[in-house]
Design a protein around this ligand. Structure first.
Ligand code: GAL
Length: 328
């Protein structure tokens, strides 16, 4: 209805302007009138991986998807890691009459609140990166989730260690003694990576020993602090430091160097995301491995799903993009 009205308005203006002999102005007006308004909520801007993701999302909407004539007008807002703030942002987008929402929740448990508000206004929601429950998604036919299966990323981390010549047993005591630096544990990515990295080791027949496990909330400086605490406390007992993401692994790498340890010689270091600097570190041998979290594939899939539902298509509930193992 909204679209119909603006099309009607646009054509009335073309008619009027054409009467004045200004074709150029008419075309401009038409394009603006037709723009699809997209409201994007990111859990916080200060996150390495989500920064790459949101930049690609905006670029893809505004360049690639806008190339066929339908203009996408994208507004991206920073939730500052505060769910109350993000809920306000969602409500503001709804009041502004966006055509579709793309939401990276601060807390996955807020999905029902977001769905309720969007559903009442008949605005579709594409959730990204932080997965709502199946039940939440099923409560609204215009809601879907685009993400990756974090079990796969954890499994890949563990397999990289199991495939090392020494199978991750640097101190030669017959056991893989490890430190786990977790992301935000409310996020399934953190839960699954923690669980499945270790499961891959035990599935490969290795014995494991957890020395230390704490949350670093995806944050580089917290990763450094926690790795430093673990290295101070357990010293050469530590064989492997698993980090749920590369941001924290970058911090852990600084702590490893500061404690006089050497990756590949007396310790292993694993992350997830495949940030450019970490891919380089894997090549240089200062990081054992990482797992590509495909922000480009996920951004494109999220925008394609938004386009589909805006154009009246039916959404699937889940769209999953594969991870890729990176160990050389
Ligand atoms: C994960 C990613 C982390 C962090 C998190 C935010 O998928 O690996 O680096 O961005 O999402 O929810």
């Amino acid at each position: 209805m909204k679209k119909l009205l603006s099309m009607l308005l646009a054509s009335m203006m073309i008619f009027t302007l054409a009467g004045c002999g200004s074709d150029e102005a008419a075309t401009d007006t038409e394009a603006t009138g037709d723009a699809v308004k997209v409201g994007v909520c990111i859990y916080k801007f200060d996150d390495n991986f989500m920064t790459l993701y949101r930049q690609e999302l905006e670029r893809y909407f505004e360049e690639d998807l806008s190339a066929d004539g339908t203009k996408y007008d994208v507004t991206v807002v920073d939730g500052k890691n505060d769910q109350a703030e993000q809920t306000n942002q969602v409500n503001t987008f709804i009041a502004d009459g966006v055509d579709v929402l793309v939401v990276n929740l601060v807390q996955a448990s807020a999905a029902p609140t977001v769905i309720e508000a969007a559903k009442a206004a008949d605005i579709p929601v594409v959730f990204i990166n932080r997965e709502p429950t199946k039940e939440d998604l099923e409560s609204y036919d215009k809601a879907c989730y685009v993400g990756a299966d974090a079990r796969q990323s954890g499994t890949f981390q563990g397999e990289i260690v199991a495939n090392l010549e020494n199978k991750g047993d640097y101190n030669g005591n017959g056991v893989v003694d490890y430190v786990m630096i977790m992301g935000d544990p409310e996020n399934v990515d953190a839960q699954y990576r923690t669980e499945f990295s270790i499961k891959a080791l035990t599935d490969a027949g290795l014995e494991v020993n957890k020395l230390f496990e704490q949350r670093g909330d995806w944050d580089q400086s917290k990763g450094q602090e926690l790795a430093n605490t673990a290295l101070t406390q357990f010293g050469n007992e530590i064989d492997v430091i698993f980090c749920n993401n590369d941001g924290m692994a970058l911090g852990a790498a600084q702590a490893i160097a500061a404690n006089g340890r050497t990756v590949g010689t007396d310790i292993a270091l694993l992350g997830v995301d495949a940030l450019e600097e970490c891919q380089q570190m894997v090549k240089d041998g200062t990081m054992t491995g990482t797992v590509l979290n495909d922000h480009i594939g996920q951004a494109h899939q999220a925008a394609d799903a938004a386009k589909l539902v805006v154009e009246g298509g039916t959404l699937e509930k889940n769209y999953t993009v594969d991870y890729v193992k990176i160990s050389e």
